[in-house]
Design a protein around this ligand. Structure first.
Ligand code: NAP
Length: 342
């Protein structure tokens, strides 16, 4: 049977409580599912799973992993390629949408996929695979149409002789046109995932295209649980507003449903603002969020970002008698601290 989206495996997104466990042999005889118990009745029946009172699938149960390899990739067709930084911005960042058509390519928010640029490298070998975070929710950029989006920044720099050098993968991806075919590998990633829990509070800190997975988190929350109790807070850094990817997408959210603080490092001469400065400015709110029992913290972006965030959080928590590094370590052990930096 074909998978029913948005469940990536076709089986695990809907949980309910039963009075007793059933063997596989029992299950193979089912014509209809057994009836669902109320949490209280299930608890009285002594069902240990249900006695926790949770009907939320653990995130790991629905994590598709490495279904497509370099040797056996999924073929995707580009359906659109849109610039998501301002026209005058230095950064050219693109949101590229891929359609999988009949190839079922399942993923969940926070996972990455691999792409392999066509052709050979300077040593005559096939190019290395490049990883990009999925930028949409698991049911796709357009819901339930077998599609996926990636955020790609065009990389251009000057070499020692002042000649322009263009990154192979990023320029190939940024120049893709609708109808072009791309082989996709993966998905990858088991750590940078979001709990399937509308009450989880998410503190997300990123720079530039590091916002890609958080776009997926926010869209998922809005589609699945528009009245969720959990808070979404984004601390997002870029050089200028024009350089900030997805600024138009962010405007579609109210601050109440998706709280965000933006830090611009080159918008005003002599006033460099970084995400760590925003953290300090929002110290009471950040502390409140981190102390919530279901809070998760995510850092995504440039290498070095985590060090600056640590420095800010050491300062913020010290005044409240908290040792940030110990606190962070506890969050990490509990699976509530997640980092992805390149
Ligand atoms: P960028 O636009 O070049 O820079 C964003 C901002 O970060 C700038 O304001 C910059 O300040 C600031 N910054 C630089 N170093 C910092 C530090 N140590 N701490 C805090 N802020 C710092 O960013 P980008 O090139 O898009 O970088 C995004 C990163 O995310 C890349 O490393 C990328 O590989 C990674 N990433 C990408 C994806 C994806 O799917 N595309 C997914 C996950 C992660 P200045 O003005 O001082 O430079």
């Amino acid at each position: 049977m074909k998978c029913v989206r948005p469940c990536p495996t076709g089986a695990v997104d809907h949980y309910f409580d039963l009075a007793r466990p059933y063997s596989i042999d029992d299950q193979l005889l089912w014509i209809e599912l057994p009836s669902e118990l109320s949490v209280q009745a299930a608890s009285e029946a002594g069902n240990s799973e249900s006695s926790r009172g949770s009907q939320i699938a653990p995130v790991s149960a629905s994590t598709p992993l490495n279904r497509y390899s370099r040797e056996n990739p999924a073929r995707a067709i580009v359906s659109s390629n849109t610039r998501v930084t301002g026209e005058t911005a230095e950064n050219d960042v693109r949101l590229v949408i891929f359609e999988f058509d009949e190839t079922p390519f399942d993923f969940i928010e926070g996972q990455s996929v691999g792409v392999i640029p066509p052709g050979l490298d300077a040593n005559g070998q096939p190019h290395a695979m490049r990883l990009y975070s999925v930028a949409c929710p698991r049911d796709g950029e357009k819901p339930n149409a077998g599609n996926m989006s990636l955020a790609i920044k065009r990389i251009v720099w000057r070499d020692g002789l002042d000649r322009e050098v263009r990154g192979v993968a990023s320029n190939w991806l940024c120049d893709l046109r609708p109808g072009d075919a791309v082989d996709i590998v993966g998905p990858f990633g088991t750590d940078f995932l979001v709990p399937d829990d509308p009450d989880a509070d998410l503190l997300m800190i990123c720079t530039g295209t590091g916002a890609a997975p958080f776009r997926g988190f926010a869209h998922r929350r809005r589609r699945m649980w528009p009245n969720a109790g959990g808070k979404l807070m984004l601390i997002y850094g870029a050089r200028t507003m024009e350089d900030l990817p997805f600024s138009q997408t962010l405007q579609k959210y109210t601050q109440a449903e998706f709280r965000r603080e933006l830090a611009f490092s080159r918008a005003i001469a002599g006033d460099r603002q970084y995400v760590q400065d925003r953290l300090r400015m929002c110290a009471p709110e950040i502390l409140w969020l981190l102390r919530r029992p279901k809070s998760h913290m995510y850092i995504c972006g440039l290498k070095g970002l985590e060090d600056g965030v640590d420095e800010a959080l050491i300062d913020i928590t010290r005044t409240h008698g908290i040792n940030w590094l110990a606190f962070k370590s506890e969050m990490h052990v509990a699976g509530r601290y997640h980092v992805e930096v390149y």
